[in-house]
Write a protein that binds this ligand. Structure first.
Ligand SMILES: Cc1cc2nc3c(=O)[nH]c(=O)nc-3n(C[C@H](O)[C@H](O)[C@H](O)COP(=O)(O)O)c2cc1C
Length: 340
């Protein structure tokens, strides 16, 4: 996730994964036109480390040479899998004909997948994509409306035939961006035709949602985006409960803001260690923008963060809000409207 799943956040989140448990850790989307000219660690986006056993860089691209050179670098930097972005709806990606624009041409998308598979060698290649547009809705500015209800299935079957090892579906259309509700029924219908694993994504905020998504869609794995940035303990709760009982608590057992405060403190500590101040402060605020709506006084907390440009300033604001030992009784909701 752009601006969010950078090195420090990945490192902090991984601390919540119970021992012996595995997860895939996508990076921010990386532009294949830039990676070949970068050094490892030169920017926040190219900062990877040994702890990243499930590192899965996500590439934005559509040209063989750039994809080849990017994959070669990413492998050297520790990639364990390569994900191709076919879901990004921003204008810049559409202009270059990658991101969700690739969904406008299934054969072309399959060709890009096959190219990535060829150069990835032993590394698995996956594709992250969006929902099919409902009949009559254009996929992007250039593509015509597609009335074919089987579009998504046919698209994914081509991706599978091109050698993808799994796909991740965020079932919203490009036009929806992150608004409205993710249509999980599209995950379910995809699951019926695919032989490679399908990872379901969209609107999962609680353990109950995790269970519901598994039940309703039959998906093989789940990707959690925004909610994990507010409630990283979903990872440990899920990891601990899943094998024993097979069922999850209806609500997260931990809903105290103190847990969120501890998460932010750890991110801040690692940011100080690894990032120059202005960059680390900006990234920290962006992270808090997505998690703070879960707090009862999240708006107040978030706006306090916007009035400082230093790590010390951020520390003071965390202290003011959560207390030196996180003893202030800040309440946290288990879900929000996800309207951001
Ligand atoms: C700020 C932001 C940046 C994102 N960047 C990416 C990205 O680079 N690549 C990607 O595949 N999805 C990206 N996403 C989409 C998420 O991966 C995910 O599909 C979406 O938020 C729905 O899942 P959620 O409801 O669990 O958040 C981004 C989402 C947000 C909020």
């Amino acid at each position: 996730m752009v601006g969010l799943t950078h090195f420090v956040v990945r490192k902090t989140l991984q601390e919540y994964l119970p021992p012996g448990r595995k997860a895939l850790w996508p990076t921010e989307m990386l532009n294949s036109r830039r990676i070949p000219y970068q050094r490892a660690g030169q920017s926040i986006e190219t900062r990877f480390d040994d702890f990243e056993a499930g590192l899965c860089p996500q590439l934005l691209g559509n040209e063989e040479g750039f994809i080849r050179d990017s994959i070669s670098k990413l492998r050297d930097w520790g990639a364990r899998a390569i994900d191709i972005n076919m879901g990004c709806p921003v204008k810049r990606a559409l202009r270059h004909n990658y991101g969700v624009a690739l969904m406008g041409d299934p054969d072309y998308a399959a060709e890009i997948t096959a190219i990535a598979v060829k150069y990835a060698g032993e590394l698995p290649v996956s594709v992250k994509l969006r929902a099919a547009p409902p009949p009559g809705e254009a996929r992007n500015d250039e593509t015509p409306a597609d009335p074919d209800p089987d579009f998504l299935k046919n698209f994914c079957l081509k991706i599978q035939a091109a050698g993808a090892s799994w796909i991740t579906l965020h079932p919203r259309t490009a036009a929806q961006r992150r608004k409205g509700t993710a249509d999980w029924s599209q995950i379910a219908s995809l699951k019926q035709v695919m032989s490679i694993p399908v990872i379901g994504n969209g609107d999962v905020q609680t353990l109950e949602d995790v269970e519901r998504m598994f039940e309703q869609t039959g998906c093989d794995r789940i990707m959690i985006g925004r909610a994990l940035l507010a409630k990283p303990w979903l990872l440990s709760e899920f990891g601990r409960r899943a094998p024993a009982s097979g069922t999850f608590a209806a609500e997260d057992p931990i809903v105290s803001g103190a847990s969120y405060g501890k998460f932010l403190s750890r991110v801040l500590e690692l940011s100080r260690e690894h990032y120059p101040e202005p960059l680390g402060v900006r990234r920290f605020r962006f992270l808090a923008y997505f998690g703070s709506p879960y707090l009862e006084y999240g708006h107040h907390f978030y706006s306090s963060l916007t009035s400082t440009d230093t790590y010390d300033g951020l520390s003071r604001r965390l202290l003011d809000f959560f207390g030196a030992r996180f003893e202030r009784p800040q309440k946290m909701a288990s879900r929000t409207s996800l309207r951001y």
